[in-house]
Design a protein around this ligand. Structure first.
Ligand code: SF4
Ligand code: SF4
Length: 312
């Protein structure tokens, strides 16, 4: 699989392994099970792995890539807003991954210039750590056009991880054209771009080849993070990115995933507050999901302390 320049001398495989799907918020594979998939992907040419403190997949990466840690590029994310919180996040990532540096550290889910300003201390901390060599590149992840545009105002930001897909699913504040224009402008401003949710959280599985081609061909996008949770998916996506086509008979996302609210949901509303897509609401004392708005990110799962919401 070809390597492409992302930023600051970091070269990545065009296919980035999105590890959210492996962890407790989604498939719930053990570190050993998930690690085996990551190792297979590495052997098929993937050198770029995307995770986050929230995903709970550091153990999967540590298990599967232990022997290859010095050859891979790892991007992770934290919600920390101040220096002390980010110090803890960086220390946890370094310790859990058994690494001396993190390649790409992102401020998780930045919505606009206002949220970026609110994370100024955390950003400044990461920039200091970049100078000291503990982080190679600094950036943001975002579901918002305004998040991409906000990052353009910070010349010290190296990487943007935006949500985009051919149906525009999950873009909170605009169309796919608005996001594509923002990405183009960001690339012109020298930001490294790797995209997320090219398959719309699973909604575009039926047309996976076209959906991935749309994002791969967008001007400015260097790499695309794809969540994979089976050997068949890993092999098929590696084949597509290396040779231009899925294997014959491959059917992406055979079983449709969905958000399940357990009947014993108490209606406390915490998950509703944390859904970045506004896909959850309360009705008759329970959480309900609007499937048209849900991108199956699983973030709600992390915020229900009673485990009453799941992505299955
Ligand atoms: S799913 Fe969990 S967090 Fe959401 S309303 Fe029900 S009990 Fe509360
Ligand atoms: S309902 Fe849950 S899985 Fe769906 S978009 Fe909201 S947080 Fe993500």
């Amino acid at each position: 699989m070809r390597l492409v320049p992302l930023c600051r001398n970091i070269e990545v495989s065009e296919l980035c392994y999105g590890t959210l799907t492996l962890g407790p918020l989604q498939k719930g594979l053990t570190p050993e099970e998930g690690g085996r998939l990551l190792c297979v992907a590495f052997e098929l040419g993937v050198n770029f792995f995307d995770t986050a403190e929230l995903y709970g997949t550091y153990p999967h990466l540590a298990s599967g890539l232990a022997e290859h840690m010095h050859k891979v590029v790892i991007a992770t994310k934290s919600y920390a807003a101040d220096a002390a919180g980010m110090e803890q996040s960086l220390a946890q990532a370094l310790r859990s991954l058994n690494r001396e540096y993190i390649d790409i550290f992102l401020l998780h889910e930045q919505e606009s210039v206002h949220t970026l300003r609110g994370h100024a201390q955390a950003l400044e901390y990461l920039l200091r750590k970049r100078e000291q060599g503990y982080v190679r590149a600094v950036g943001i992840s975002t579901h918002h056009v305004a998040g991409v545009r906000a990052a353009l105002e910070y010349k010290e930001i190296d990487v943007i991880h935006p949500l985009i897909n051919k149906a525009g699913i999950g873009i909170v504040d605009g169309s796919r054209e608005d996001m594509a224009r923002a990405i183009f402008d960001a690339r012109k401003a020298n930001k490294g771009i790797y995209a997320m949710k090219a398959l719309g959280g699973g909604s575009l599985h039926k047309d996976a080849h076209a959906a991935l081609s749309y994002v791969r061909e967008l001007p400015g996008v260097a790499a695309v993070a794809v969540g994979m949770s089976s050997p068949v998916d890993v092999y098929a996506n590696c084949t597509l990115f290396s040779h231009g086509a899925f294997p014959p008979d491959y059917c992406a996302g055979k079983s449709k995933r969905q958000v399940l609210i357990e009947p014993w949901c108490t209606g406390c509303g915490v998950c509703v507050r944390y859904c970045p897509q506004g896909a959850l609401s309360l009705a008759s004392g329970k959480a309900v999901v609007n499937e048209a708005q849900c991108v199956l990110c699983g973030y709600c799962v992390a915020h229900c302390r009673d485990f009453n919401v799941k992505v299955i």
